[in-house]
Design a protein. Structure first.
Length: 212
């Protein structure tokens, strides 16, 4: 077996053991198996580097925000990129979100170092990927036909795909959960994939650490 193959097996074994041992505190919050696995993985390897973190479950259209130690601060439905897919546009330099084609309006999966900031209108947001113009932000006024508030309130995740790629949350959730946690300093945001198993994303992250 190749060196890379042995590293991959070692990573998979570590992941299985780590996910079983770590215990994020979701309290009474409903959460998918993917979200629970991801948060356990983060805590088991201290991948969040003692920073607050969030898990964005695209399949369930929900966001979970945690303290550094793994206690859930809050969870909410979220609006996500209108187009399915786990990869960002290749080059967003100089492009406005409004210029994206329908197929380009994705919320990319991955591990992102987040930081608070402001958009071009001076609104406080949390940058997920500044270069790609991706952020977590409050629900904003939008054309009535987009029904953004109704989509957030809907019990189904099937109608939550409407943004240009950003993670959009209710105003109250942003101000009481996101702003005090991720909006006060550096953090880590994990956006779970929707086109492949969640384990593959975290396996790739672990393998990259072993190879590097």
């Amino acid at each position: 077996m190749s060196v890379r193959g042995r590293l991959w097996l070692a990573a998979c074994g570590w992941l299985c053991a780590a996910a079983c041992q770590a215990a994020p505190d979701f309290g009474a919050e409903r959460a998918s198996g993917d979200a629970r696995y991801a948060s356990a993985w983060v805590l088991a390897g201290a991948d969040n580097q003692r920073l607050p973190f969030a898990v964005v479950d695209k399949r369930d259209a929900r966001i979970y925000v945690f303290e550094a130690g793994g206690r859930l601060v809050g969870a909410s439905a979220a609006l996500l990129g209108a187009a399915p897919g786990d990869f960002a546009v290749g080059d967003m330099t100089g492009r406005a979100p409004a210029s994206l084609t329908p197929a380009e309006r994705t919320t990319p999966a991955g591990r992102f170092a987040s930081e608070p900031g402001r958009n071009d209108k001076g609104e406080e947001i949390v940058w997920i990927d500044y270069a790609a113009s991706l952020a977590i932000h409050r629900l904003r006024p939008a054309p009535a036909q987009e029904r953004r508030a109704a989509r957030l309130a809907s019990p189904s995740p099937d109608d939550n795909r409407i943004s240009a790629g950003c993670v959009v949350v209710p105003v109250a959730f942003y101000e009481t959960v996101v702003a005090p946690t991720l909006g006060s300093g550096r953090g880590v945001v994990y956006v779970l994939p929707e086109s492949r198993p969640v384990h593959s994303m975290f396996g790739a992250l672990e393998l990259s650490l072993l190879v590097d």
